[in-house]
Write a protein that binds this ligand. Structure first.
Ligand SMILES: Nc1ncnc2c1ncn2[C@@H]1O[C@H](COP(=O)(O)OP(=O)(O)OP(=O)(O)O)[C@@H](O)[C@H]1O
Ligand SMILES: [Mg+2]
Length: 448
């Protein structure tokens, strides 16, 4: 393996020389630069593995403005290259500002050689772990990427046009909708259509997080922060750096967790558990919930200020039963996919099966539809899928009837009437006490 490359940027020749000697001695390849212009010209040729960066340059020795501008420029070139700030007259504010702009750590002059060595070694190790993680996340990402969202309904077309408009910006998005409507999928889609698409997409399910794990999971911890903290650990905010952080099931977090998250989102920085070093929260946040967050706010279970932070734009994914135009298309999509996966020839749905899909309520939305099609591919004999292969909960129980909307009830009553008279609209209309044309109109309307 080639030696890690380190760039030392400082306007004082003796600092450059001393650090260069020390680091070459420790087995690194070293380049030096004496001015911001020199730093940028070095970076344009090739990126080092780590930079030791002074913030105070000759023309402007105290404010550090030039150094901060340089830091910003480096971050623009590479969002995660480890940067350690060299700080002369350790102005804490300057160091904090540098961390906010994405520096990882700082080193006070005069330094101890042992401290320089361990700092450099630790940050190189962290960066390589991060790169490995990113590769893992990246693999998952491409595996899912060829799975586009399937839709044709007007409702979903509208949703996607909003998603398209917000994807390119950095604004936080809140996705709402019943379970299985595609919130997770849309979050990924937005990431893939954003300027951060080369960065990681990191998802964290807040509903599944034990109280004690919340902080460490999101913000990371340092070794010894608590009993089980045997080594330093990156939190999701850090792993998602430069990319998108998807906070799933956001409404499930407790009030103290809500306060903590709000604080981090407002400040744009966080600390690992057991640590005081501020780190930049350089992520785009997409949150999702499948419960009615407005009710949670009214009931005092969810902070309104956090809600406003998260939902600069809110995208509500409609349940499948109100975008029935998507059902057949999705069914075809999953039928083809599972047949392919199970090594079967292409399957067709018989008309009765299509009707059954069309009339079902889909409480589990697209996820349920996908499961139904998967099972149907297993059950189908020959090249056709029969209605029975779908195993849809056909016999409505009174329990289900109690929960129907007016539209569903109408659909149900009309379907039963049609079934009981063999699909003859005239007889069905007679039974329902309406004219034939009125019944046709209703059927048309329900088909929309
Ligand atoms: N428009 C769509 N086209 C193709 N597949 C879809 C579509 N919408 C959802 N799916 C699929 O349906 C399943 C459920 O979607 P997803 O996990 O995104 O739902 P969700 O809204 O996040 O649900 P939950 O609230 O339970 O987490 C996934 O397998 C997803 O790939
Ligand atoms: Mg989900």
């Amino acid at each position: 393996m080639s030696k890690p490359q380190i760039l030392i940027a400082d306007d004082q020749a003796d600092v450059r020389q001393a650090l260069a000697l020390l680091l070459k001695d420790s087995g690194y390849e070293v380049t030096t630069a004496a001015s911001p212009a020199e730093v940028l010209s070095v970076l344009r040729q090739s990126l080092p593995d780590l930079i030791l960066l002074d913030l105070n340059y000759q023309r402007d020795t105290t404010s550090g403005a030039e150094g901060l501008a340089l830091l910003r420029e480096i971050r623009r070139l590479d969002s995660e290259l480890p940067i350690i700030i060299l700080t002369g007259w350790a102005t804490v504010e300057l160091a904090v500002e540098a961390m906010r702009l994405g520096a990882q750590d700082f080193l006070e002059k005069p330094w101890e050689n042992a401290r320089v060595r361990s700092l450099v070694a630790n940050h190189l190790a962290l960066a390589s772990t991060r790169a490995q993680l990113r590769r893992l996340v990246g693999v998952q990402q491409t595996a899912d990427a060829d799975e586009g969202l399937v839709f044709r309904s007007k409702a979903m077309t509208e949703v996607m046009s909003v998603a398209e408009r917000v994807a390119g910006s950095e604004i936080p998005v809140l996705l709402t909708g019943e379970s299985g409507t595609g919130k997770g999928m849309l979050a990924r889609w937005i990431h893939q259509h954003s300027a951060r698409k080369m960065g990681p997409f990191v998802s964290v399910n807040l509903g599944g997080l034990a109280e004690t794990l919340f902080e460490s999971e999101l913000f990371g911890h340092v070794k010894g922060a608590f009993t089980d903290a045997r080594s330093d650990r990156d939190g999701r905010f850090e792993i998602a750096r430069g990319g998108t952080l998807f906070l799933d099931e956001i409404s499930n977090i407790t009030p103290p967790q809500q306060a903590r998250l709000l604080h981090v989102l407002e400040e744009g920085r966080f600390e690992r558990v057991g640590d005081t070093v501020p780190r930049a929260a350089e992520v785009r946040v997409i949150a999702a919930t499948n419960t009615d967050i407005q009710t949670a706010i009214r009931g005092g279970h969810f902070r309104e200020d956090l809600y406003f932070r998260l939902n600069t734009v809110e995208i509500a994914l409609p349940p499948l039963r109100v975008r029935r135009d998507d059902i057949a298309l999705l069914a075809g999509h999953y039928l083809a996919r599972y047949a392919r996966e199970q090594g079967r020839p292409a399957l067709d749905l018989v008309p009765a099966a299509r009707r059954a899909l069309d009339e079902y309520d889909w409480p589990g939305n697209v996820r349920e539809l996908a499961h139904v099609m998967q099972r149907a591919v297993l059950l189908a004999k020959g090249e056709e899928v029969q209605a029975a292969d779908l195993r849809l909960a056909g016999g409505e129980t009174t329990e289900r009837l109690d929960n129907l909307t007016l539209e569903q009830a109408e659909r149900y009553v009309i379907r039963r009437a049609l079934e009981s008279c063999g699909g003859d609209v005239e007889t069905a209309a007679l039974r329902l006490g309406v004219s034939r044309s009125a019944l046709y109109r209703r059927i048309e309307k329900l088909r929309e």
